[in-house]
Design a protein around this ligand. Sequence first.
Ligand SMILES: Nc1ncnc2c1ncn2[C@@H]1O[C@H](COP(=O)(O)OP(=O)(O)OP(=O)(O)O)[C@@H](O)[C@H]1O
Ligand SMILES: [Mg+2]
Length: 292
Amino acid sequence: MIEPSHLAPGAAALINAPDHVRIRAIRSDRWVGFGRARRVLQYLDALCDHPPSTRPPGLAIYGHSGMGKTMLVEKFRRDHPPVVDRNTGCETVPILAITLTSRPTERRIYGQLLMALGASVNERATLMDLEIRTMLLLKNCNVRVLVFDEVHNLLAGNPREQRVILQLMRYLSNELKASLVCLGVMDARDAIAGDTQLSRRLDQIVLPRWKVDEEFHEFVGAVLRSLPIKQPSALSSQGLRHLARISDGVTARVFSILNELAIEAIRAVTERITDEDIESWKPALEKETMFA
Ligand SMILES: Nc1ncnc2c1ncn2[C@@H]1O[C@H](COP(=O)(O)OP(=O)(O)OP(=O)(O)O)[C@@H](O)[C@H]1O
Ligand SMILES: [Mg+2]
């Protein structure tokens, strides 16, 4: 029996599973906690715990595509799931999250909020009907945090359309006395700047691309501990530098490179990731052309 002290509990529990089970686990979505992500989650938790207020605090999270913004929202939601009161049968939904579509409209947003609450949407309802029903349901469910992902999609609309949606977001937050969380790529900042009152309410967190520092070291360590391979993988600072370069410092790419190398390590029975593996890693497309 191998003592997998180099692994996080979830990965350690899989260590004696057959190869195909471990490979499937590596390919499945999983949450990995690391310093930066935990700090953002603490901030989000504080919003959820904030008592209802006429000027609720809010947060904007900006970062390049693949920096893990949506993963943060999903983890935040999992940590604060809906609860049904056994006596009254009333449902409390602490966090309601929707993703803005390209050129969002008020109708569309009310429809998305209703669907997120599991309510039906009547296509023929007037805007006012939709508004009244949504507000009633949101208040009944005691929503504490409203999350809007992909806020940069606002920019596809003209300035008037953008203002309408930003005002709607502010209105929802005011009426519910709930916090707003907006996420998007850096352009989202320009979109939110279109409503000064809203942008003043939102603190900002930027998720920059990784560079080789202590924080990156800790992040890579956390990803490695989440991979169910039998031997510890110690990367030197040169290996880390190379990994930062080939991943362009993007979280999603660090995950996909290390996942791919872990799967290769299982198949090759080496069961560890080395500096040399990182040095010789090639994107899948390049690998194909090499053998063409
Ligand atoms: N904390 C994490 N734990 C595990 N995997 C993660 C984590 N953060 C990011 N990833 C990986 O990175 C991928 C991209 O993350 P995510 O979709 O959250 O990025 P994003 O910032 O929302 O990108 P986009 O702006 O394109 O929507 C995920 O599918 C996952 O594979
Ligand atoms: Mg996303």
